[in-house]
Write a protein that binds this ligand. Structure first.
Ligand code: HEM
Ligand code: SF4
Length: 566
């Protein structure tokens, strides 16, 4: 990067840090200094550090900093700040996670308090991004612009997130607690795998509210959440959630963290008894009688940009005339391929949302500056992270897409295939995670041979591939059409990396955990997956998706097909 680029960058706008936040950062700083000075052991410091969103890494002495991005919404200004921190204190790379956060890796503890202050001055925090707390509240990245949504869940996601952040109720739960909100049954925020999932609903009288499910979660014991409340009126949303958290807080297992998630509380009590306890907790809060106040919604400004949509330019069929755009590496057909996979039309006529594909969620500080800049020049300055580890810019006038794509290309951000099968999800794995058994990111790169970016055929469009480096399921392999998790297999003196293959998981419609089908040596996985696709093409019925094919054919027959690769 040349110095003049840095000089041209806009200044980051900051606000005064609220006193209570400044104070909590000072407390963190004092504790961190005690650790660095040898006066406090790392073991005692650890739970405190996690509460503030700072995780250890596989590599000793460095930290992972997880920045919470409620519902994935951040401004260009905030993204510039993250970029600055990535360059100054981390590896120059940020990582968008499957729960819409952004992580910075290889950070020295001594720099963390300064980073916290710099984040706080633009309204961001790492607080309660890890540990036994309510984690980032996630939501569909298309909320507010999606053609199919019942209503925009964004203000509700923001209100729930801010209501629970630093809330005494949420400081020392038995285990982590995850909440997600989706705008329709397509369920892009994956509500069935959350402790609380909220699906937008409308009653016949026109009132809007949420269908609330509880007790989902992945990890080594995956569970699909069950319906706790068919219709939660908006005014009762916060107390309804609080009552669930209270039941969990009281009954969760604090002795064995492997049995501590709320799904285990429900399993032990039975869902009916859990529901009864929740009703009792709700009534005890005084909400059984309808005297409560209406919800005070926080606003989220996401208005159309001042640029008015113009008619899309007439594009000739790739003969080099008439498109008017000077793509450095692409041509018109490349633009169309990208548009087909990365752009959706908004419910607001003339506006589009474009996804920027980030390979396995990673992007450089320079790319963050670029995205911030593009969001301001082509849209209203807002960006959202997605649970498929990408970023989207909404409100782009359709007529400006081609020009926008040209700019993405010059910054290596114009890959097609965002949110589709070639957009493989992988957890950090052995690259940085202390629990990793296999290199999930390496496997994702190997599988790119089977699902090449921008060239995946139409019949595999809706397939998802997710790879975790161990059974903890950070990449959510249980809900993928093709899910893989890393295990070690002893072969004489050595342990060889293997993957368990899970097939047929999904969350839309009737959610289903993928079936554990076969254990494969890491090196055979690409060939086995290719064979699975071949078998599907050979034996499918007319119009059958891979998902439907897996369900119909079943585990036994598919295992038989894949045994030669084990
Ligand atoms: C006992 C240990 C762990 C368990 C049981 C666990 C489990 C999970 C699960 C189930 C998810 C995501 C799926 C969901 O939403 O439910 C997740 C997310 C994630 N985990 Fe872990 N995990 C563990 C440790 C780690 C470690 C050590 C790392 C790496 C430093 C890590 C990195 C991640 C990342 C990057 C995500 C997406 C994060 C987010 O924004 O919340 N996890 N974890
Ligand atoms: S799935 Fe396992 S290897 Fe991957 S990040 Fe989670 S704990 Fe680490």
């Amino acid at each position: 990067m040349s110095p003049n680029i840095v000089d041209l960058r806009p200044a980051i706008k900051t606000e005064t840090i609220p006193a209570h936040i400044a104070e909590e950062i000072e407390t963190f700083e004092a504790e961190a200094q005690r650790v660095l000075g040898g006066d406090l052991s790392n073991d005692i410091f650890k739970p405190f550090r996690l509460q503030y969103g700072i995780y250890g890494q596989r590599q000793p002495g460095v930290q992972m900093v997880r920045i919470k991005i409620p519902f994935g919404g951040l401004t260009g200004n905030q993204l510039r700040r993250v970029a600055e921190l990535a360059d100054r204190f981390a590896t120059g790379v940020g990582h968008v996670t499957t729960r819409q956060d952004i992580q910075l890796h290889f950070v020295e503890l001594k720099h963390v308090p300064e980073m916290m202050r710099l984040l706080a001055s633009v309204g961001l925090t790492t607080r309660e991004a890890c540990a036994n707390t309510v984690r980032n509240v996630t939501a569909c990245h298309l909320a507010g612009v999606c053609q199919g949504e019942v209503f925009d869940v964004t203000p509700y996601a923001k209100t729930v997130a801010l209501h629970l952040l630093r809330n005494p109720l949420n400081q020392s739960l038995p285990r982590k607690f995850k909440i997600a909100l989706s705008g329709c049954r397509q369920d892009c925020a994956l509500t069935p795998i959350h402790d609380i999932g909220l699906l937008a609903a409308k009653r016949t009288d026109g009132a809007i509210g949420f269908r609330m499910v509880a007790g989902g979660g992945l990890g080594s014991t995956p569970r699909i959440a069950q319906v706790l409340r068919e219709f939660t009126p908006m005014d009762e949303l916060l107390p309804t959630i609080e009552a669930v958290i209270k039941v969990f807080d009281t009954l969760g297992n604090r002795k064995n963290r492997n049995k501590a998630r709320m799904k285990f509380v429900i399993e032990k009590l039975g869902f009916d008894e859990f529901k009864r306890r929740w009703e009792a907790a709700y009534a005890a809060m005084g909400y059984a009688v309808p005297t409560h106040e209406p919800i005070e919604l926080l606003e989220y400004a996401d208005e159309p940009p001042l640029l008015m949509p113009t008619k899309a330019p007439v594009i000739s069929n790739g003969n080099g005339h008439g498109n008017g755009a000077a793509f450095l590496n692409g041509d018109v057909s490349a633009f169309h391929a990208w548009k087909r996979t990365n752009v959706v039309l908004q419910r607001q006529a003339g506006f589009t949302t474009a996804a920027i594909k980030l390979p396995m969620g990673d992007l450089t500080g320079d790319q963050m500056w670029t995205i911030a800049d593009l969001a301001e020049r082509y849209s209203n300055g807002n960006i959202r992270t997605t649970i498929n580890q990408n970023m989207v810019i909404r409100w782009i006038p359709e007529g400006r897409l081609e020009e926008f794509y040209g700019e993405l290309l010059t910054h290596s951000l114009g890959d097609p295939g965002a949110e589709l099968v070639e957009d493989i999800i992988a957890c950090p794995g052995t690259d940085t995670c202390g629990l990793g058994i296999t290199s999930s990111k390496g496997m994702a790169r190997a599988l790119a041979e089977v699902f090449p970016a921008g060239q995946v055929p139409e019949d595999l469009r809706d397939v998802s591939v997710k790879i975790s480096g161990c059974h903890n399921s950070c990449a959510q392999h249980h809900i993928a059409t093709i899910g893989l998790h890393g295990v070690g297999k002893r072969l004489g003196e050595h342990t060889a990396p293997h993957y368990e293959l899970h097939l047929g998981g999904h969350v839309d419609g009737t959610p289903k955990i993928g079936q554990l089908t076969v254990k494969l040596p890491a090196k055979s996985v690409p060939a086995a997956v290719r064979h699975l696709v071949d078998v599907y093409r050979r034996d499918r019925k007319n119009g059958e998706t891979l998902q439907a094919f897996i369900t119909r054919v079943g585990k036994v027959a598919l295992k038989e097909e894949l045994i030669p690769y084990t």
